[in-house]
Design a protein around this ligand. Structure first.
Ligand SMILES: Nc1nc2c(ncn2[C@@H]2O[C@H](COP(=O)(O)OP(=O)(O)O)[C@@H](O)[C@H]2O)c(=O)[nH]1
Ligand SMILES: [Mg+2]
Length: 305
């Protein structure tokens, strides 16, 4: 089940582990030189200064550690650091109107793809879903979501390109309320450098939902491209100010050498990580598990290979 995450993190794991194994050649115990190297490698995998220190410090001065001990302790520590990110599942549909999940994030982070993947996963569990094509900035964005909806058998509410995103979301939520749908998944625009002030637009979408439902979107989820690494943190803060983030999705964990960035990104925001994206395919989405992530990140033969 976690094979995809494990193979996705191959590059990160190689960045981390191969140099360490080299360093360890001919030694039977972990020493200070090895720990310095470990620190370097964690930084290279974008784990960040703070989390790296927390991971490595407990090993300093411990002379009797074998490599296998260290692997196990490190895995446990990663699980411990990230288990609060699994604190709750995504908000469930209520009696009082659909659950509305608003997906935000910079252009190219994977919002549109993730909206369709999540819609497909929820539908497979029996949740009825409407997608809202509220990235009206380009015709191609509306078409992309419409195509993915068709491929995954989901309904989508869209207006023409250039339309007011608030109006799209209004129609989608109203439609869902009248027809009794369980959830509305809102795709949004992500272009930071345009004349249309994005953050204002997102704030408006939030208010439109609030007017119809008597509460803001139940989840305001930031979609982050994990391969961008720690640079994602400053963007995240902007989106948090605009909509008040309640959750995270990390995409593109496949094929990045910066898969360690989950740690600093999560520490900056401290909201649950609901899902991770491990490929472009519509099924390449997994619930986040600190345990599975730690297993995939750290070497050793504990995974399924
Ligand atoms: N490898 C990989 N590619 C992804 C993933 N999620 C999205 N993508 C790709 O990233 C690109 C941008 O995705 P898109 O959903 O259009 O991003 P948006 O601009 O935020 O809506 C597309 O080519 C997607 O197929 C993922 O988890 N893994
Ligand atoms: Mg998009």
């Amino acid at each position: 089940m976690w094979n995809r995450l494990r193979s996705g993190l191959d590059r990160t794991r190689r960045t981390l582990w191969q140099p360490l194994e080299e360093t360890l050649k001919g030694k039977s115990r972990v020493d200070e030189e090895f720990l310095d190297r470990l620190e370097e490698m964690l930084l290279a995998a974008d784990v960040g200064v703070e989390a790296t220190e927390e991971l490595v410090t407990p090993f300093r001065g411990q002379s009797a550690l074998s490599f296998a001990d260290l692997e196990k302790l490190l895995r446990d520590k990663v699980v411990q650091l990230l288990s609060p990110a699994q604190s709750r599942p995504v908000a469930a549909p209520t009696e009082d109107g659909p659950a509305v999940y608003m997906f935000v994030g910079v252009n190219g982070s994977g919002k549109t793809t993730t909206v369709a993947k999540v819609g497909k996963a929820l539908a497979a569990q029996g949740t009825t879903v409407v997608l809202a094509a509220a990235d009206t900035f380009r015709a191609a964005a509306v078409e992309q979501l419409t195509d993915l909806a068709q491929r995954t058998g989901l309904s989508v509410v869209s207006h023409r390109a250039g339309a007011d995103p608030g109006a799209v979301v209004h129609d989608a939520v109203e439609h869902a309320r009248i027809q009794g749908y369980d959830a509305v998944l809102v795709d949004t625009a992500g272009r930071l450098q345009t004349k249309r002030p994005l953050m204002e637009e997102l704030g408006k979408v939030r208010r439109v939902v609030e007017r119809l439902q008597g509460r803001p979107p139940d989840e305001r989820i930031l979609v982050v491209d994990a391969s961008v690494g720690q640079n994602a943190i400053s963007q995240a803060e902007l989106f948090d100010q605009a909509v008040g983030l309640t959750g995270l999705v990390l995409t593109k964990l496949d094929g990045t050498a910066k898969g360690g960035a989950i740690l600093p990104i999560w520490r900056a925001l401290r909201v649950p990580i609901f899902w991770v994206g491990v490929g472009e395919g519509m099924d390449e989405l997994q619930y986040f598990s600190a345990e599975a992530y730690a297993q995939a990140l750290i070497g050793g033969d504990h995974g399924t290979g």
